[in-house]
Design a protein around this ligand. Sequence first.
Ligand code: FE2
Ligand code: FE2
Length: 149
Amino acid sequence: MMNKSLAKNIAREHAEVRGTILDIRQEIRRLQSEAGPAHEVGNLRKLFASFAQHLKRHFELEEGGGFIGEYPEPGTQRVVKELLGQHRLFERDLDALLAAIVSSEEGKACLSDECAHELEAFLQRLEQHERAEIDLLQKTVYHETGGGN
Ligand SMILES: [Fe+2]
Ligand SMILES: [Fe+2]
């Protein structure tokens, strides 16, 4: 069971995550289009570091209150297990990506193509994950309200 305010909080956070993904993509594009030492990666590092903190808290919220926690709704066990496994992989990826951004920054270099590519691949995996959760959230809320509107 999941209470309605938790469902609302998670839905609100999903909108925030979508917004930050757009901000990160914009920052990557800016770094790629403005080559030169004046355009360092400090902004991206700050943005990504706070995004990493937010995502880790977001995963805790999702795992702590009966959404994708230990006791999934009947019929959702398989997808819940997958989503939980993805959280652990994302946590590992967040730390590795942040380290890659920091090493670009220390070299006062523009973001490397490889780092930009890895970031974009991460953002796409995250978008896919969040979409699966939005589906699950809708099904769970629908199920709990007895299928009414
Ligand atoms: Fe999640
Ligand atoms: Fe999520």
